[in-house]
Ligand binder design. Sequence first.
Ligand SMILES: [Fe+2]
Ligand SMILES: [Fe+2]
Length: 180
Amino acid sequence: MGKATQDLRKEHEAILHVLQILNKMMEPGSRDAESLLHYYGEVVYFLKIFVDKCHHGKEENFLFKELVNKGVPSEGGPVGVMLQEHAQGRNYIAQMGWNLDEKNIEGFNNAAALYRDLLRQHIEKENNVLFMMADEAINEQEQNLLFEQFEQYEEDVIGSGVHEKLHAMIDTWAEVFGVE
Ligand SMILES: [Fe+2]
Ligand SMILES: [Fe+2]
């Protein structure tokens, strides 16, 4: 497994962990409405910054581009499907945001459930299909280069301070909602 795909797989683990916590948050009566809305706000922040900007940004700007360079078709092919799913995910995050503004917990939960289901199957496809293709098509040296670009990108778009803040948020959610 190359360094770049390994980094993205590690981020998938973190994302799946957050989706598991989100699931717990959505259970009826998990918290009173005010506190739940507070945590939902934090989750939307995580999804926007970490999942969409950082993780999907690394995939779209570097890995997918490299795959297309290697001849993997974009439109009508696996890369195109991944891009469509990222766009769909962005839509659901926006819906979650509107519902949050309206303090509409039911509406938020509906959008969040759609997002959760989309992301889980998306990650499974990347782990089991697309990243396998990437490990075949992109050699070790190129993977190392991609990884360096990821590191630089991450520093540029979120920086280490925000990274630590996000980790601390996840630890708090896991404790409050009792997720290992
Ligand atoms: Fe993706
Ligand atoms: Fe991904």
